[in-house]
Ligand binder design. Structure first.
Ligand code: SAM
Length: 204
């Protein structure tokens, strides 16, 4: 992620956050409890939405420019947070360490999303939950074709973000049960980023 992208990220997302994305985050995270791990936490926008009472909250982020902002925000908003510089594909925790794992707008960007989801499955306890908000490939074939055309350029300007992924197939392959999954539209965002899913997948 270029330094400039990290510097403008919050401002770039502000319209979408105000128009509904912030409310999605709040709804998603409100019921959390226990030991929680967030993947690719970026500048730490979710920090404002985590419930006060958590047994453990760990935020991971591999990009040094985002990480610097994340550390500062965690120190200001939630000093009990552990912040770790690491990619989602491989994390230094034993099997079944967490009650919940959070990904918001991350699986579009990780180098190997299948490996990241495998790692999430390993790290969740049985009955644990994967909570997600992700933008995905459009179900509309014409919009999906446009996403494919735009993706090579978008990747370069948006820190490696892909437009044509959909993590649900991999979640099912790993045995997750989609407890809740809404197909929605990312508020106030360009048409090619708009198709989104938000929900909860249960590890049996
Ligand atoms: C669009 S930002 C989303 C940030 C934050 N989750 C949010 O909701 O605002 C994508 C984030 O994924 C991070 N990322 C990139 N590669 C990653 C990887 N392999 N594992 C985890 N996070 C990664 C980027 O550094 C960036 O912070």
């Amino acid at each position: 992620m270029p330094r400039l992208m990290a510097a403008v990220y919050d401002r770039f997302m502000e319209r979408s956050e105000r128009a509904g994305l912030g409310a999605w985050r709040g709804e998603l995270l409100a019921e959390l409890g226990g030991r929680v791990l967030e993947l690719g936490a970026g500048t730490g926008v979710n920090l404002a939405h985590y419930p006060a009472e958590l047994e453990r909250l760990i935020l991971t982020e591999p990009d040094p420019h985002m990480l610097r902002r994340l550390v500062a925000r965690a120190r200001d908003l939630r000093p009990d947070t552990e912040v770790v510089g690491a990619g989602a594909e491989r994390l230094p925790y034993p099997d079944e360490s967490f009650d919940a794992i959070v990904t918001t707008l991350v699986l579009c960007t990780v180098g190997d999303p299948d490996a990241a989801l495998s790692e999430a499955a390993r790290l969740l306890r049985p009955g644990g939950r994967l909570l997600f908000v992700e933008h995905v490939a459009s179900p509309d074939p014409s919009a999906r074709r446009w996403q494919g055309r735009i993706e090579p350029v978008w990747r370069h300007v948006a820190g490696g973000c892909r437009l044509t992924r959909d993590p649900r197939q991999r979640m099912r392959e790993l045995g997750f049960r989609l407890e809740r999954c809404e197909e929605d539209r990312l508020p106030r965002s360009p048409f090619f980023v708009r198709p989104a899913i938000r929900g909860v997948a249960l590890k049996p």
